[in-house]
Design a protein around this ligand. Structure first.
Ligand code: GLC
Ligand code: CA
Length: 554
């Protein structure tokens, strides 16, 4: 394996709208991020991924871009962005932007021109079909509900959107469109970006010709997964994009990839893969149902362990996964992966260590380092996220009462992770002096950065120690490159694995509230991290406390 500059890094995702508001308009912004760079540097993270802050009508919170070359004024200016890149650089940090090129916004100039002249150059940038009364070109259901086809305003055509109708899909089959995309990527890389997180990229290849599949719900539509299954050769586009852009700059690229086939892993993230890394979503998709969020099955500690190990086994040393416990599309990891009623500092730290020590590149989502929890949602009117509104309708249509539907969608709502970052116990969690665009979690008086940064025993300090351990010259080689080998995989509510190397480490977490006894295969040399003050041990026999996690040098 060829060593790369990003292998030993720790990444941190910023959701700009909710990170820090510098001017009191209730919306987080780039100057706000700049003012918190020292906080991030102290934590120890190296790579900052910013969710989109390009010009956008914010129909899908910035994942609908109307100008790829401009910053949305709500987030700041291009000068702010340049300043952020420069200030990060001073601290040896890298900025990643979000590359959203499966689709743009219906307010993008390309789309407006396509409406004016569907047969012209820009019509060819989208997937357009002649409108036929009463029948859609295909019966695919968009990710956010409803058919993927809508009328192209002012014409007798329809356009394809696999996400919201304000997010028309770009036609990657068209070389002119691809040139525009590469030009934009290089333009940003020339500004000194470290690279990109690549949004929804697996959707860029549509099977040709497009066709309908058997419907799977009452609405007569079918999951978009059908077309992804059938699509072939996305690699032709991805390989071209790599060669024309990232590769020339030695830039870091991390793909939002679902549905890859096991034999495709070397193509995606091997040496000279399409991407430097891709996210592991095995845990986040566990239990999901074709019917909708209301039908999803919760994940148990054993499921969590098996999902992590399955991904690790699948990738081995072919490349690097990017490991997450949450992001802006997911509920808070501590609310999801820790059994109900057991969410506390110890269990949060255990989850942190078990995830962080996996082989791969750790990504921390803003607030995760504080142990931020799901947002209590008391009414659907409070919800901003378009996906949650759609799933609420789906749940009601399936016969759930409004209370049941709200409860079901609350568990998965994307607003859970999007509520403002909790900086302090001041009003609005110190996020803004104005009115926050989304409700602040009322638990901010207890869970906030100011209370945790000075406290050695806080969740924040535990993350800081995990990051420091990953960078410690004595352990770095093992933590970054060492093979992962599961131990006691069949033991209930216990997750343990070796990271093999010189030295070898053992990570073991008691994933339950009750004590649990283990007998180590050999005596350990040193305790590198422990979320309790003590270890109840009798030679190799250890009685782990509830949710105790240990990182041992063997
Ligand atoms: C990705 C983003 C998500 C967005 C979607 C459409 O999944 O993470 O937030 O809604 O793509 O761009
Ligand atoms: Ca602001």
């Amino acid at each position: 394996m060829v060593k790369k500059w990003w292998h030993d890094k720790v990444a941190y995702q910023i959701y700009p709208k909710s990170f820090y508001d510098s001017n009191g308009d209730g919306i987080g912004d780039i100057p706000g991020i700049i003012s918190k760079l020292d906080y991030l540097h102290d934590l120890g993270v190296d790579i900052l991924w910013l969710s989109p802050c390009y010009q956008s009508p914010l129909a899908d919170q910035g994942y609908d871009i109307s100008d790829y070359y401009n910053i949305d004024p709500r987030f700041g200016t291009m000068a702010d962005m340049e300043c952020l890149i420069a200030e990060a650089k001073k601290r040896s940090m890298y900025i990643l932007m979000d590359l959203v090129v499966n689709h743009c916004s219906d307010e993008h100039e390309w789309f407006r021109k396509a409406c004016e002249d569907p047969e012209g150059k820009y019509g060819g940038f989208f997937y357009l079909r002649d409108k036929k009364e009463g029948v859609l070109p295909t019966n695919w259901r968009s990710y956010f509900g409803g058919p993927v086809w809508d009328d192209l305003p002012g014409t007798d055509k329809q356009y394809l959107h696999v996400f919201h109708k304000k997010q028309p899909d770009l036609n990657w089959e068209n070389p002119e469109l691809r040139e525009e995309v590469y030009k934009n990527i290089n333009w940003w890389l020339d500004k000194g970006l470290g690279g990109f997180r690549i949004d929804a990229i697996i959707n860029i290849k549509k099977p040709q010709p497009m066709r309908s599949y058997p419907p799977d719900r009452e609405d007569g539509l079918c999951s978009i997964g059908n077309m992804l299954q059938e699509a072939r050769n996305v690699g032709e586009f991805l390989g071209e994009m790599r060669d024309r852009t990232f590769k020339k700059y030695d830039a870091f690229s991390v793909g939002e990839v679902f549905n890859e086939k096991p034999d495709e892993i070397p193509d995606f993230i091997g040496d000279n893969g399409y991407f430097s890394s891709m996210f592991d979503f095995n845990e986040t998709i566990f239990g999901s149902s074709q019917k909708g969020w209301y039908d999803a099955a919760p994940i148990t500690p054993d499921d969590y362990k098996n999902c992590c190990f399955a991904s690790q086994a699948k990738v081995g040393d072919i490349g690097f996964l990017s490991n997450i416990i949450e992001n802006h599309d997911e509920p808070r990891g501590v609310s999801r992966y820790i059994p109900k009623g057991d969410c506390c500092d110890e269990s949060k730290k255990m989850l942190a260590a078990l995830n962080f020590m996996l082989r791969g590149i750790p990504f921390i989502y803003q607030g995760q380092e504080l142990g931020m929890e799901n947002l209590p949602i008391s009414s659907i009117d409070e919800v901003d996220d378009i996906s949650t509104h759609d799933e609420y309708r789906v749940a009601l249509a399936a016969g759930l009462s409004p209370e049941e539907a709200l409860k079901a969608v609350s568990a998965y709502s994307r607003d859970n992770a999007r509520s403002p970052m909790q900086w302090s116990d001041e009003p609005n969690a110190g996020f803004t002096t104005g009115t926050p665009w989304l409700k602040v979690n009322p638990n901010y008086t207890a869970i906030n950065a100011a209370a945790q940064t000075g406290n050695e025993d806080s969740v924040y300090s535990f993350y800081r120690k995990l990051i420091a351990l990953r960078k410690d010259p004595a352990y770095k080689e093992t933590i970054v490159y060492g093979a992962l080998e599961p131990l006691w995989q069949d033991r209930h509510n216990l997750m343990a694995y070796y990271r093999k190397g010189n030295p070898t480490l053992l990570v073991v977490g008691n994933y339950q509230g009750d004590e649990q006894e283990i007998v180590l295969p050999a005596a350990y040399k040193k305790v590198l991290l422990n979320n309790y003050k003590d270890i109840a041990e009798n030679q190799e026999r250890i009685t782990l406390h509830g949710y105790q996690v240990l990182i041992l040098e063997m």
